[in-house]
Design a protein around this ligand. Structure first.
Ligand SMILES: [Zn+2]
Length: 315
């Protein structure tokens, strides 16, 4: 064999070893396939969905990761004309209805994100289904679709979080924004390990789950505007009263106990500060909240009222 022949062989060997190395690299990354063989009319939709799913699957896995996590799976999304329902995940397989995509091409992308969360979750069966669906919709709506907190549905009833899906998602989103940052990842880890207990909410916030739900409703309920001249805020055991010096005094059982200076005012609330204790409170119709760096928690429920000596303010 001549010199050029050897060179060609060496070049071929080098190329095959490079192909081998590349194959090894791609074998480590999960693949994302969308099967349109039974629904060829949706190939355009699938071609535009594939890069979104391929990008979001590892991102969701990172957002939900815990130290015990296994490598990502190769995911197959089957566009299925025989599928009853909208979409479902089982292991690394997602089925999504051909008819649903045809009728809701944009919403279907969010539905795929929801199912990809289920692929990552892989919870053992039998644990708090409202959280399984709530976490999936939290990532779909709050993270993927960037829906603002106020646009999540909030049914005015006790334990409304049990409504699951988008309702539970909004509740989790609210917990993340202040009362319990990081709780979604923590819940996900507990659920995956089969160790979830409702007490986790209490450990994180000092409040029971059912009370957190009513805190959420209260926090998001639009507040009535302040009276024209807010002077007294009353609750069952005491009051906050405006003093001639421009400060606020907290009374308990008719006796002055703490003094506050006013630090901020919005059309709905007044914030007052007790510098000596570093206690900052928000006075608003229906509640007084303790204001902290991570949000507000309700201390009292009550109302603005007028002193007997003053006229009812025109509101
Ligand atoms: Zn689901």
């Amino acid at each position: 064999m001549n010199k050029a022949g050897w060179k060609a062989i060496l070049r071929a060997l080098w190329r095959t070893s490079m192909i081998g190395a590349l194959a090894l690299v791609s074998a480590q990354a999960a693949t994302m396939r969308i099967d349109t063989s039974k629904s060829p009319a949706l190939k355009t939709w699938a071609d535009s969905m594939q890069p979104i799913a391929a990008e979001w699957y590892p991102r969701l896995a990172n957002l939900m990761s815990s130290i015990e996590d296994r490598p990502l799976l190769d995911v197959s999304i089957r566009i299925n004309p025989d599928f009853k329902g909208i979409a479902a995940a089982s292991g690394p397989y997602i089925d999504i209805s051909t008819d649903w995509i045809t009728r809701h091409p944009e919403e279907s992308r969010g539905a795929v994100i929801h199912e990809l969360v289920h692929v990552v979750q892989a919870y053992p069966p039998g644990h708090a289904g409202w959280l399984t669906e709530g976490i999936a919709d939290y990532f779909r709506y709050a993270i993927y679709e960037s829906l603002p907190l106020r646009e999540f549905p909030r049914p005015e009833k006790p334990q409304g979080y049990l409504d699951s899906y988008k309702v539970s998602a909004g509740f989790l989103f609210w917990l993340e924004t202040g009362p319990a940052p990081g709780i979604v990842r923590q819940l996900n880890t507990a659920l995956r390990l089969g160790q979830y207990q409702e007490a986790l909410f209490t450990e994180r916030t000092g409040r029971e789950l059912k009370d957190l739900w009513s805190d959420y409703l209260t926090a998001l309920r639009p507040l009535p505007n302040l009276p024209q001249e807010p002077r007294i805020w009353r609750h069952a055991k005491g009051s906050f009263e405006y003093q001639a010096s421009g400060t606020w005094t907290e009374f308990e059982n008719g006796k002055p106990v703490w003094n506050f200076i006013e630090v901020a005012r919005t059309p709905q609330s007044i914030e007052v500060l007790d510098k000596s204790r570093n206690v900052r409170l928000r006075l608003a119709s229906t509640m007084v909240q303790l204001v902290s760096k991570t949000g507000g928690s309700t201390l009292y429920t009550g109302e603005w009222s007028t002193a007997s000596s003053t006229k009812q303010p025109a509101n």
